[in-house]
Design a protein around this ligand. Structure first.
Ligand SMILES: NC(=O)c1ccc[n+]([C@@H]2O[C@H](COP(=O)([O-])OP(=O)(O)OC[C@H]3O[C@@H](n4cnc5c(N)ncnc54)[C@H](OP(=O)(O)O)[C@@H]3O)[C@@H](O)[C@H]2O)c1
Length: 263
């Protein structure tokens, strides 16, 4: 990459914590924010895979930009209060601030009819997808954002906007996350902006089953006729946390190849 084609360093000097970022959308967001100058902390449960992701971020950077001291990995479960506190504390200790929080961790262990749903599984979905996201915001608020301001982006889903009939408990949790985004925007503005993004199917391990029968078939109902890539979501998150989005808060922006536009 030549210096002329480097991305803008508009996030230089800022620090971002991205949860659930050892692969998929979270890793894509980390790469995007890093390339725009931010320091990044990434979390995930499996420490070995998280380390590999951290190295990938450092090695994948442009030789013109020194990423070495700008990537921190903190292994832990987003559903654990201790892990959330550790990730936030180590981020502030290491980089001196926490300006951007991306609540990306999401799980979906319950499929099918709600009448058959295992309620412990449903509780777990809400705990990781909604309660843990609020827990991370609370920690970030206490440690940095309450005094200095900041930016939060929650990774929701089109399943939180329109019923799929299949991933219903997950969809209900993402609808709750969208509403939580609005409530937080009210309570934390003007110094902290809180937004969400709602992707349709993005090609990651999480969504593999949704396009196992063929990508073309899975994308046939999308006006853009292709499934999403992590970068599609990452670019939108990069915009939302930048000063270019300074009048946007409480919003949920779809990044879905137009899928919800089709009725
Ligand atoms: N892919 C899609 O089609 C799609 C569409 C709409 C919305 N989304 C949302 O986008 C987000 C990211 O999904 P993805 O597709 O990128 O998933 P993914 O490829 O499965 O990656 C999930 C990441 O989260 C980590 N993780 C999972 N559970 C965790 C936990 N309890 N605590 C901490 N880290 C955890 C995983 O690492 P470990 O396993 O090591 O913890 C991994 O790094 C999720 O919120 C998902 O709901 C995805």
């Amino acid at each position: 990459m030549t210096t002329a084609s480097l991305p803008p360093q508009d996030l230089a000097g800022r620090t971002a914590l991205i949860t659930g970022a050892s692969r998929g959308i979270g890793l894509g967001i980390a790469a995007e924010l890093l390339s725009r100058g931010a320091n990044v902390t990434i979390t995930a449960r499996k420490a070995d895979q998280l380390e590999v992701a951290g190295k990938q971020l450092v090695e994948g950077g442009s030789p013109a930009v020194d990423l070495g001291p700008r990537v921190l990995t903190v292994a832990g479960n987003a559903g654990s209060a201790d892990s959330r506190a550790e990730a936030v504390a180590r981020t502030v200790e290491t980089f001196g601030s926490l300006d951007i929080l991306v609540n990306n961790t999401g799980i979906n262990p319950v499929f099918g009819a709600l009448m058959d749903a295992d309620l412990d599984g449903v509780r777990k979905i809400f705990d990781v997808n909604v309660v843990a996201a609020l827990g991370f915001v609370q920690e970030a608020y206490k440690a940095w954002m309450g005094e200095h301001g900041g930016n939060v982006v929650n990774i929701a889903s089109v399943a939180g906007i329109r019923s799929s009939g299949v991933i219903s408990a997950y969809g209900a949790s993402k609808a709750a996350l969208i509403r939580l985004t609005e409530e937080l925007a009210w309570q934390l503005g003007p110094s902290i902006r809180v937004n969400a993004v709602a992707p349709a199917v993005v090609k990651t391990k999480f969504a593999e089953a949704l396009y196992a029968a063929g990508e073309e078939e899975a994308a046939s109902g999308y006006p853009m006729k292709r499934l999403g890539e992590p970068e599609d979501v990452a670019k939108l998150v990069g915009f939302l946390v930048s000063d270019a989005a300074s009048w946007i808060t409480g919003d949920t922006i779809r990044v879905d190849g137009g899928s919800l536009a089709t009725g």
